[in-house]
Ligand binder design. Structure first.
Ligand code: NAD
Length: 249
């Protein structure tokens, strides 16, 4: 029994593993802290650097494919060419009526939320395939399942994240790489300032969350560590809600 306890604890241990997390505030930081507490060496990559970043920070604009590639190469220089964990968390939101949704906003949302994720999966996947081991965690959304309101580009991008995750899981599960997604519910971060500041919308959202509260970045830490660790070696292609039971209500 003691051996089992020791080995299950060991299976969650990320000591010495390199983790790249895109995004540098909100949910990204909640997951970065979780990975770091489990022993991983975390690197953040984002467009804007937070004040006094707690982890090494690499600047890259994920709406620009050259900048993304350059940023990834810089990360690889820092890690000596190794990457054990990729968390694709950077994302943006744009809200307009569907019939008037500007195509520039559509392009930007799809580029940052979906295409950049795919490109990073390809770059990280190439490294992980050589290692014969790796973990990719994409950040989906409740809007991978629902249509949302005034957010057609975001809905298309997050629906795409769920399907991309499944496609890569099928391709790489036999090669030692697990690809999964976390689907956060309604989380109190800067991305949701507009909803949080609208008393009618925020009350109606809260009333529909069985857990009785909005989620926080810290709520993402445990599920992220699980998917980053050996404990989830037979879990691949899953889209796991982290939502206080919102999805099943
Ligand atoms: N907050 C929620 O309720 C919620 C719910 C479901 C899914 N999500 C998803 O979780 C992820 C993180 O959300 P959050 O709430 O922490 O958002 P946030 O706005 O607080 O953080 C987004 C991060 O992405 C980075 N980013 C944006 N555009 C970028 C670009 N062009 N290049 C590089 N970095 C860029 C920002 O710098 C920032 O660090 C997103 O993918 C979002 O869609 C959030």
């Amino acid at each position: 029994m003691e051996n089992t306890t020791a080995s299950i604890r060991h299976s969650f241990d990320l000591s010495g593993r390199w983790a790249l997390v895109t995004g540098a505030r909100g949910l990204a930081l909640g997951m970065a802290d979780g990975l770091s507490q489990a022993g991983a060496r975390v690197v953040l990559m984002s467009r804007t650097c937070p004040e006094n970043p707690a982890y090494p920070f690499i600047q890259a604009d994920l709406s620009d494919r050259e900048s993304l590639k350059k940023g990834f190469n810089t990360v690889m220089e820092l890690t000596g060419g190794r990457l054990d964990i990729l968390v694709n968390c950077a994302g943006i939101q744009r809200r307009h009526e569907c019939e008037a949704f500007p195509l520039e906003d559509w392009d930007e949302v799809l580029e940052v939320n979906l295409t950049a994720c795919f490109e990073l999966c390809q770059l990280a996947g190439s490294v992980m395939l050589k290692q014969g081991k790796g973990k990719i965690i994409n950040i989906a959304s409740m809007i991978s399942f629902f249509g949302g309101i005034r957010i057609p580009a975001y809905a298309a991008s997050k629906g795409g994240i769920a399907q991309l995750t499944k496609s890569l899981a099928v391709a790489w599960s036999g090669k030692g790489i697990q690809v999964n997604a976390l689907a956060p519910g309604y989380m109190a971060t800067d991305m949701n300032t507009a909803l949080l500041e609208d008393p009618v919308r925020s009350a109606s959202i809260l009333g529909r969350i069985p857990a009785g509260r909005w989620g926080t970045p810290e709520d993402m830490a445990g599920p992220c560590v699980f998917l980053a660790s050996d404990a989830s070696d037979y879990v691949s292609g899953a889209v796991i809600p982290v939502d206080g039971a919102y999805l099943v209500y």
